[in-house]
Write a protein that binds this ligand. Structure first.
Ligand SMILES: Nc1nc2c(c(=O)[nH]1)N[C@H]1C(S)=C(S)[C@@H](COP(=O)(O)O)O[C@H]1N2
Ligand SMILES: [Mo]
Length: 300
């Protein structure tokens, strides 16, 4: 497959997003974020056009703020994201509380233009800024016996009004197998279009795993635990027959209540039409080896 994930294309080549037309503005924005540099490979989405910032920030799933697609934009402004720290514990050499500003000072922030596919069969193309999860885990020093990484979202019902209702068991939790967590495509996102991550997208820091359904990309992370047991995952715990632990994007394995063969890309208005869903969301060349020999209908 000719899917290209390392090249010189930035989304400034493929989108008119104003803030990004001027290279100096990009660097100024980086300074404003306390980021040392923007460097490294850009992962473009092979001709797919990134969604606008307006689309990416107006149509969201973030049940901590409500279940309507517009609720996160409407209510996530109430969330205080500074200061913010991530507790890293479990099977690591240096467990502790890591301040996000200090983490970011040690990381190289890259731009990654990724496809994003929700299990509900809609999709976007999002130009994230962030760093590889592997680099964060290296700060804490992963021990050999660790086999999984567990993640937890903030629990703060005062500011997250959705948490006052028992929609899911709070806090939202997710998990990855170690090789998935260490894969270079897996990032901690801290921005979109060079701006700090908007609250409705999981500020100040969230996971992005582009070959899995969107719910694996847990938002507003406050805790990371290295473990030797498969960790609980919120949607899997709620409805294991419908949402597997792996939840790799797979057009050949339908959700019990709908087809996963196609998706509706957000935007495009009247002329938007369904497009085929790609195996591993288009990242097959990069990730298929992780699942060699696994029955993907059983481990869905
Ligand atoms: N904490 C938390 N993380 C979450 C969710 C959520 O409700 N709470 N929703 C998930 C789902 S279903 C999707 S599709 C994506 C949506 O990300 P976006 O709003 O940035 O597009 O976030 C995922 N991460
Ligand atoms: Mo989703």
């Amino acid at each position: 497959m000719a899917f290209r994930w390392k090249n010189d294309l930035t989304h400034a080549d493929v989108t008119p997003e104003n803030a990004w037309l001027n290279r100096r503005q990009i660097l100024a924005g980086a300074a404003g974020l306390g980021i040392g540099a923007i460097a490294g490979p850009v992962m473009a989405s092979d001709g797919l056009e990134p969604n606008t910032l307006e689309e990416i920030t107006s149509y969201n799933n973030f049940y901590e703020f409500g279940t309507d697609k517009g609720d996160p934009k409407r209510y996530a402004g109430a969330l205080t994201t500074e200061p913010w720290s991530i507790e890293i514990d479990g099977m690591v050499d240096r467990p502790g509380t890591y301040d996000v500003t200090e983490i970011m000072e040690q990381m190289t922030i890259e731009e990654r233009i990724y496809r994003f596919r929700c299990v509900e069969a809609w999709s976007m193309v999002i130009p994230w800024n962030g760093f590889e999860l592997a680099d964060l885990l290296a700060l804490a020093g992963v021990q050999d016996r660790a086999r999984y990484v567990a993640f937890e979202t903030l629990y703060r019902p005062d500011e997250m009004r959705g948490q006052r209702f028992p929609i899911i068991e709070w806090p939202y939790v997710e998990g990855l197998r170690m090789d998935e967590a260490l894969h270079p495509l897996t990032i901690m996102a801290t921005g979109i279009y060079g701006k700090p991550l908007p609250n409705q997208n999981g500020a100040p820091i969230r996971v992005v795993v582009p070959w899995k359904y969107g719910f694996k990309s847990i938002k507003s992370v406050v805790k990371i635990t290295l473990t030797d047991d498969e960790p609980p995952a919120s949607w899997n715990r709620l409805q294991p027959r419908e949402y597997g632990f792996y939840s790799n994007v797979n057009p050949n394995v339908d959700h019990p209540r709908w087809s996963q063969a196609t998706e509706r890309k957000i935007g495009g208005g009247l002329f938007s039409k369904r497009i085929p869903t790609l195996m591993f969301n288009g990242y097959e060349e990069e990730v298929a080896r992780l699942y060699e020999g696994m029955d993907l209908t059983r481990y869905f």
